[in-house]
Design a protein around this ligand. Structure first.
Ligand code: B12
Ligand code: SF4
Length: 427
């Protein structure tokens, strides 16, 4: 394969900054097939377009690939919309006559709309390790009929051992409270009606290869990790096996994870604790229709809180409330539940970011009553790119339900993510 590709990280969000692990994974896959790859990290750039221009003037490439991680901050308060700045960068690469490819979790949320908005040549949905190689091969053979390739068909290539930490400035990320990530799997089987990751295919990675990847990073001095799985406990048997092997490896690290309220058991929490998982962020819906779609109830939440207490793991709840037609009683029930069964902190979101291709967007599009509760009017042929939110609860209403209990926080009113909260930071 003779193509030369520049992979660009255009993500300049710094609260916290995120090391572009997606690009690191692509690098291993491309280098294994001897594709010539170069990277440009614009996270700390003072003028991203200028830096990209300079890079393109000084080097010659066939392709420029952009990783679109976030469409926007998904928070109503202080919302930030990231696509316009990335569009400028894609335009700059096209002005050099180069083919552009976009991918990433943000892109995968609304692929057709984003490809069109960006004016890019190609897009890859979901995992890119195998799909990008396929695309480059097809291009070389003049066989690129599709503009968008679905990487979920091919998965992430679990035979790879990712050697990371060399091409991006880890020390700079970590000095600004960034954290090193690792991924054990891709996809989610749950059915949260507002989520862009709901009902995707699930791919599990080879556990010994993940452990080698983590060991290499720890050997380089990076020992504080966050999982990059949508939710760590998609499949309990696999998660427990991963935890067993991590414990056996005796790698000195500490880590934090996202998980959903089902499935779990006591062994799972015991192993989390033994492997030095110090903080869990648990995704919770107050709406019991969504709870039952995802096989859990308040009994499970109570058990999880007990296990976290027993095994000394901090627990932060990321809760959503006020889904269309959810009653106020349901919101009150959740708040009262957490007042009684206390985790370390409960972040509450009550504005739902509407993404195309979700159950929520279909519901909103077909219901005029719900359209009265949007943060802006629906456009004709609405593409949902420009941030748009549904809500029927009010901030004051929630605050009065909190009744001064500082366990509760409204999502988006303070900067940062859960591992940065003062009351959950690991000493
Ligand atoms: C872990 C995580 C975090 C951690 C990151 C820790 C760390 N150091 O890595 C923390 C808690 C810090 C975090 C913060 C935020 N996050 Co976050 N996060 C995730 C999560 C669960 C995993 C992301 C990840 O690393 N995946 C693993 C890597 C390997 O996958 P990947 O990046 O997708 O890359 C693959 C493919 O996309 C593709 N690919 C990627 N780039 C490219 C480029 C090309 C050219 C090609 C072809 C392919 C390709 O190939 C890669 C390899 O398979 C995702 C959900 C998800 N499952 O994606 C949300 C997610 C990305 N986060 C999200 C958001 C909103 C945020 C915040 C803005 C939250 C906030 N309001 O503060 C911040 C932003 C911080 C920042 N600087 O960007 C949203 C983005 C939504 C959207 N559509 O816009 C997601 C999708 C969650 C969601 N469902 O809403 N996050
Ligand atoms: S469990 Fe998490 S990742 Fe899965 S659909 Fe629900 S919110 Fe999305």
């Amino acid at each position: 394969m003779i193509s030369k590709i520049l992979l660009v990280n255009p993500n300049t969000v710094k609260n916290p900054p995120v090391i572009p692990i997606g690009l690191e994974y692509l690098l291993t896959a491309l280098e294994k097939e001897k594709v010539q790859v170069d990277v440009l990290d614009l996270c700390f750039a003072t003028n991203p377009s200028e830096e990209l221009n300079r890079k393109l003037e000084q080097n010659s490439y066939d392709f420029v690939g952009f990783s679109i991680r976030n469409v926007d901050s998904t928070l109503f308060f202080n919302n930030e919309f990231y696509l316009p700045a990335i569009k400028e960068l894609v335009k700059c690469a096209r002005e050099f006559g180069l083919k552009t490819i976009i991918g990433g979790s943000g892109f995968s949320a609304m692929p057709e709309e984003i490809l069109d908005y960006m004016g890019a040549d190609y897009g890859i949905i979901g995992p890119g390790e195998i799909a990008l190689l396929k695309l480059l091969n097809m291009w070389q053979n003049n066989a690129t009929e599709e503009k968008i390739i679905d990487g979920w068909q091919y998965g992430p290539d679990s035979n790879l051992v990712h050697i990371r930490g060399n091409l991006f400035d880890y020390p700079r990320y970590l000095s600004l409270e960034g954290i090193t990530g690792f991924e054990t799997q891709k996809g989610c089987t749950n059915e949260c009606p507002y989520c862009v990751e709901a009902k995707t295919s699930v791919w599990f990675k080879n556990i010994p290869n993940i452990i080698k990847e983590i060991q290499n990073l720890v050997d380089m001095g990076y020992n504080h990790f966050h999982t990059c799985d949508c939710e760590f406990n998609i499949n309990l048997k696999y998660s427990i096996e991963f935890l067993r092997q991590l414990v056996e490896s005796k790698i000195p690290l500490k880590w934090t994870l996202y998980m959903k309220p089902y499935p779990y058991n006591e062994e799972f929490f015991r192993l989390l604790s033994e492997s030095n998982a110090y903080l869990i962020t648990l995704t919770v819906d107050s709406d019991e229709r969504t709870q039952s779609l995802n096989n859990y109830s308040y009994d499970d939440l109570a058990k999880i809180i007990d296990y976290c207490n027993k095994y000394n793991i901090k627990l932060v709840i990321d809760a959503l409330t006020g889904y269309p037609y959810e009653l106020l009683e349901s919101t009150i029930k959740m708040i009262e539940f957490f007042k009684e069964n206390r985790p370390s902190s409960v972040g509450i979101g009550f504005y739902f970011r509407i993404f195309k291709n979700t159950e929520l967007s279909k519901l909103i599009s077909s219901d005029k009553n719900l359209q009265m509760r949007l943060s802006r009017s629906l456009a004709q042929n609405e593409n949902f790119l420009e941030p748009i939110f549904y809500h029927h609860l009010e901030q004051n209403q929630l605050k009065s339900l909190f009744a001064g209990d500082d366990l509760f926080k409204i999502a988006g009113l303070t900067e940062g993510v859960n591992y940065q909260l003062d009351d959950v930071k690991d000493e």
